[in-house]
Ligand binder design. Structure first.
Ligand code: DX5
Ligand code: ZN
Length: 217
């Protein structure tokens, strides 16, 4: 799997240093968790912070919008330096229009599913997407426990993408680390978001190497 470290649990007083840490771990991209205090019961950061850290790294910015109205700020996130814009199917945004808006800005597009949303909800949109994010915790906070009952959802989306012949990344987010990376890879995930497990790891490079080594058997 590819590795997309979430900086949600990093030291926000030293963002540039934390991005260097993410680079040195061997990450493929960096996962930026945007929370609006409405769609999820927490607040994080938005376009101004993303714009300020954009010059600090060449890593791809994988922006996860946990927002009720992500459609209102697509241009702002794209202009701030997002490379991939990921919004929730459960948000109030019109899905196809929002995907088209992200494409018009020349960015990659992903849709995210909360744990209670079934795999089938995303099937009509698969041909329009670069990636689907299957949340493996309820969104809002880092450091929660992985929900193993999300594994069949990953398998179902992987099977549908194969059936329609569409190349699709499947990302997993929440509670991913040394104990869970192999499980999600085997179910069909290709991109792992790793937050607290990486920032708390004794040997972050070893954890990153392990995540990279996990693939579908
Ligand atoms: C949760 C966020 C995640 C979170 C992952 O709402 O979307 O990206 O930061 O953190 P860990 O890996 O600690 O579960
Ligand atoms: Zn996330």
């Amino acid at each position: 799997m590819k590795l997309s470290p979430s900086i949600l649990t990093c030291d926000f007083a030293h963002l540039e240093d934390e991005l260097r840490f993410v680079e040195q771990s061997g990450a493929d991209m960096v996962h930026l968790d945007v929370m609006d205090g409405v769609f999820v019961p927490n607040l994080s950061f938005g376009p101004p912070v993303i714009a300020r850290i954009r010059p600090c790294t060449d890593l791809m910015f994988d922006v996860h919008l946990m927002m009720e109205y992500p459609d209102r700020l697509i241009d702002a996130f794209a202009d701030a330096g997002a490379d991939l814009i990921n919004f929730h199917i459960e948000s109030a945004a019109p899905v196809e229009e929002t995907i088209a808006r992200i494409r018009a800005k020349g960015k990659k597009v992903a849709l995210t599913l909360k744990p209670k949303t079934p795999a089938e909800a995303v099937f009509p949109y698969l041909p329009l997407l670069d990636m689907v994010l299957v949340m493996t915790v309820e969104p809002g906070f880092g450091g929660q426990s992985f929900m193993a009952d999300m594994l069949p959802k990953i398998t179902a989306i992987r099977a549908e993408a194969a059936r329609i012949g569409h190349p699709l990344d499947i990302q997993v987010d929440g509670g991913i680390g040394a104990k869970t990376a192999a499980l999600v890879a085997d179910a069909g995930a290709t991109v792992a978001v790793v937050g607290s497990a990486l920032f708390n790891a004794e040997d972050p490079k070893a954890l990153a190497d392990y995540v990279h080594s996990c693939e579908r058997s």
